[in-house]
Design a binder for this molecule. Structure first.
Ligand code: AMP
Ligand code: ZN
Length: 499
């Protein structure tokens, strides 16, 4: 079975043949660190985390590089707003980004290069482009001359004529073509700057990714990824810079782009002011639900953020978790349950064997997580039927099969980065629990643990009394503090996600 990936450059699915037989090289554009990341950004990093995990699952060694853009106009502006210097802004949001990645359950890349630590490499590429006649300098700024590069527009499918038609009026008149883009920008007083042959300045954004990806992965590496909005101009420009300087192609073998997260029919974007921060949503739903929301749709399709869609993801996840909990419950019973010979045991055994193949087939088709989940849910149906039978008749063999089924579910969901079979986590609990219990239960508690227990009991009681408003209030308020309540056949399980 071969893996097929949709290559934006070829505009079709292609068989994935890496440069080296057993090792895949992958570069994903990382964040510009001037703000907390939102769900749209998170989708990109989760999509490529799943791709990373699946490539590893398939037996490849993967060198995964994801950069940090720590010099940019947006960082300079944010520094002015926050009264910090640009380094402090970058450090603050790099730390926040790392926290968000960990809380999302993303594996860290092997290499995480920072732009400011690779200025020399960028200067080398810019000098090379000037020497080869692809770039020109004016008043301390250096521009790439798009007309000199033959393949310009191939990735995005745009011609220079069309681009010129969409030309903006405020285009810099010093440029030879309106689409020429900055490789080096002379710095204004007070801005971060480095010494270059053209005076003090800083690199443009696009040169950063060409220089760093080539440094760590070499020309012709396997996968370059990012969100759909990076195809033009960012990735188009990366190709032009890298291929013009190296004098050979391709810079990258497969270009992969994830679709947008939309909200109220618009792209979620910092510039549109409609973002929902990852850290907010994780507090409420936890990483498994957010990942379930993402992987329920193919990574290239757009996805709509609504509370209902997240609730459906939570419900879908709960079906899987319930199956695991019900298996655990039955397996924890010590006694055998003797009954008549069980029907369907062979079918179930086949199903356990087959589910992994179906899962892999779906993932081999351009990482189709939605269809891989389809295979998982077919499996859940069978598990539930088998569980019903097993309650009447639990033999040694059915115990073994149930355990196999459980392990398989945990393994396959793990490929999607969804961790199952977690037990309640004991961590230092937040002090706010005391106030919450006081206002909801109407009693003062000294210990957070007791307050939590009282709140969970109060919710159970409200549910028994069909006081859904109160039950929901407890769940929501606890959610804000990082607690996720799961109703299982054996009562309420509490998962605490906060650090
Ligand atoms: P930025 O920090 O804006 O450069 O974005 C970081 C990554 O998130 C890039 O790969 C973007 O393409 C991606 N991204 C930004 N907004 C969205 C969105 N609404 N949906 C999906 N991906 C996005
Ligand atoms: Zn990039």
């Amino acid at each position: 079975m071969s893996l097929k990936v949709y290559n934006t450059l070829a505009r079709k699915k292609e068989e994935f043949i890496p440069r080296e037989k057993e090792r895949v090289s992958m570069y994903v554009c990382g964040p510009t660190v001037y703000n907390y990341i939102h769900i749209g950004n998170a989708r990109c990093y989760v999509a490529f985390d799943v791709i990373y995990r699946y490539l590893q699952y398939r037996g490849y060694g993967v060198t995964y590089v994801r950069n940090l853009t720590d010099v940019d106009d947006k960082i300079i502006n944010r520094a002015k707003e926050e009264g910090l210097d640009t380094k402090e802004v970058a450090e603050k949001y790099i730390k926040a980004f790392h926290e968000d990645m960990e809380n999302l359950g993303n594996k860290p890349p092997q290499i995480e290069p920072r732009a400011t630590e690779h200025i020399d490499e960028m200067l080398e590429v810019i000098k090379c482009l000037i020497e080869k006649g692809f770039a020109y300098e004016i008043d301390g700024d250096v521009f790439f001359e798009v007309q000199r590069f033959n393949g310009y527009g191939e990735l995005s499918g745009r011609t220079l004529e069309k681009m010129r038609a969409g030309e903006r009026v405020d285009v810099d008149k010093r440029k030879r073509h309106p689409m020429d883009f900055a490789l080096w920008k002379s710095s204004k007083p007070g801005e971060p700057n480095w010494d270059g042959p053209w005076g003090k300045g800083r690199p443009g954004w696009h040169i950063e990714c060409s220089a760093m990806s080539s440094k760590y992965l070499g020309m012709g590496f396997d996968i370059h990824g990012g969100g759909h909005d990076l195809i033009f101009p960012h990735h188009e420009n990366e190709i032009a810079q890298a291929e013009a300087c190296a004098g050979k192609a391709p810079f990258v073998r497969y270009w992969l782009h994830n679709g947008f997260v939309n909200i109220r029919d618009e792209k979620m974007a910092k510039s549109l002011g409609n973002v929902i921060l990852v850290r907010e949503i994780l507090k409420k739903y936890g990483s498994n639900v957010l990942r379930m929301f993402f992987v329920s749709t193919h990574y290239r399709s757009p996805i709509n953020y609504t509370e209902e869609n997240l609730d459906s993801a939570a419900a879908a996840l709960e079906r899987i978790e319930n199956a695991i909990q019900n298996i655990d419950y039955l397996l924890n019973k010590s006694e055998e349950i003797a009954g008549t010979a069980m029907s369907g045991i062979e079918g179930f055994e086949e199903m356990i064997k087959g589910v992994e193949e179906k899962f892999a087939q779906a993932m081999d088709d351009d990482f189709n997580t939605a269809s891989a989940l389809g295979a998982i849910f077919d499996f859940i149906k069978e598990i539930n039927l088998f569980l019903e039978e097993s309650q009447k008749n639990l033999s040694e063999k059915s115990r073994y099969l149930l355990k196999e089924a459980r392990d398989k579910l945990i393994k396959l969901m793990g490929v999607l980065g969804i961790k199952l079979g977690r037990k309640e986590v004991a961590k230092k609990l937040p002090g706010e629990l005391l106030d919450l219990a006081k206002s909801i239960v109407g009693q003062a508690f000294e210990k957070e643990g007791t307050a939590l227990g009282a709140l969970v009991d109060a919710r159970e009681k409200a549910r028994r009394e069909k006081d859904w408003t109160k039950a929901d209030l407890v769940r929501k308020e606890l959610g804000k503090l990082g607690f996720i309540l799961k109703d299982t056949p054996r009562g309420c399980q509490v998962i605490y996600e906060e650090k």
